[in-house]
Unconditional design. Structure first.
Length: 88
């Protein structure tokens, strides 16, 4: 489900890209790349957790959740930074 959301989000960003300035796009892309890296790390941990049991599995899943939350926070920060660039 998450990869589908990432693809839909990417297409939404592409659709809006024509409305943004180059500087705004650069700012947002930098944050998006960082968020994608966090999500990729979370996906790796979730896949590894599938092969674990007990406390180790729970710890890996918790860490993946933390990484996903960081990705969301980075995306939000990127949107805010892009808005500040747009409003200058």
């Amino acid at each position: 489900m998450k990869p589908l959301l990432a693809i839909v989000g990417a297409f939404a960003l592409i659709g809006l890209a024509g409305c943004d300035s180059a500087k705004e796009d650069a700012v947002e892309n930098a944050y998006e790349n960082q968020a994608a890296a966090f999500e990729n790390q979370a996906d790796v941990l979730e896949n590894r957790a599938d092969n674990m049991v007990g406390a180790a599995q729970q710890a890996a899943e918790n860490t993946a959740d933390v990484l996903e939350n960081k990705a969301d926070a980075v995306r939000d920060a990127g949107e805010n930074a892009a808005e500040r660039v747009e409003n200058r």
